[in-house]
Write a protein that binds this ligand. Structure first.
Ligand code: SF4
Ligand code: SF4
Length: 178
């Protein structure tokens, strides 16, 4: 199946399902879309194959570049692209990482996929700092679980999750998971 099409379908799960039923951006002034004073410094990793969405849509508010993060799949070392925006976007085209923030997928030592509060969000997002995942909009959490359960069926995605989870583990040493 066309990868861009899969992501575009998954995106729809988060058009109306956000962390809270109200606009959480009012709590923090949209902190997750700001990054200091540099207009080009906001970045989020794209998941395997997601870059094809932006090749298809070619939005002018996003730049996609190679990052310094790599994962290995099928014996091949693959780069994880990073998407850079200047703090505004078409919300119906925003990347998956933005849609699920402040949650993220994580595969623990037991090999099981979980959706956790992103430890990188704890110092930035008031929801991540103060709320348990179970207190979020249930539809939002459920759709994140459904999304990554589906993506994990793809071998390359599962391989990516191994390296991505190791990367997150470094942050989890300093910020508790929940
Ligand atoms: S930083 Fe957290 S509370 Fe603020 S807009 Fe982003 S997800 Fe919502
Ligand atoms: S792409 Fe949109 S939602 Fe994501 S960080 Fe940029 S402005 Fe925020």
């Amino acid at each position: 199946m066309n990868t861009a099409y899969v992501y575009l379908q998954l995106y729809k799960l988060f058009d109306d399902n956000t962390p809270l039923k109200t606009d959480c951006g009012r709590l923090c002034g949209g902190a997750c879309c700001k990054d200091g004073d540099s207009p080009d410094s906001m970045g989020m990793y794209l998941f395997p194959g997601e870059k094809k969405v932006f090749e298809l849509l070619s939005p002018d508010w996003i730049k996609i570049e190679p990052s310094d993060f790599y994962y290995t799949s099928g014996g091949v070392r693959r780069n994880v692209p990073i998407a850079l925006c200047s703090g505004s976007c078409d919300r119906y085209q925003r990347p998956l990482a933005c849609r699920i923030f402040p949650l993220t997928p994580y595969v623990g030592n037991d090999g099981k996929l979980r959706i956790i509060t992103d430890p990188r969000a704890k110092s930035l997002c008031p929801l991540a700092a103060a709320m348990h995942k179970d207190e979020y909009n249930h539809g939002f959490v459920r759709n994140a679980e459904r999304t990554f359960s589906l993506l994990m069926k793809n071998r390359r995605f599962a391989d990516f999750m191994q390296d991505y989870s190791e990367y997150l583990s470094e942050y989890l040493k300093f910020f508790s998971e929940e």
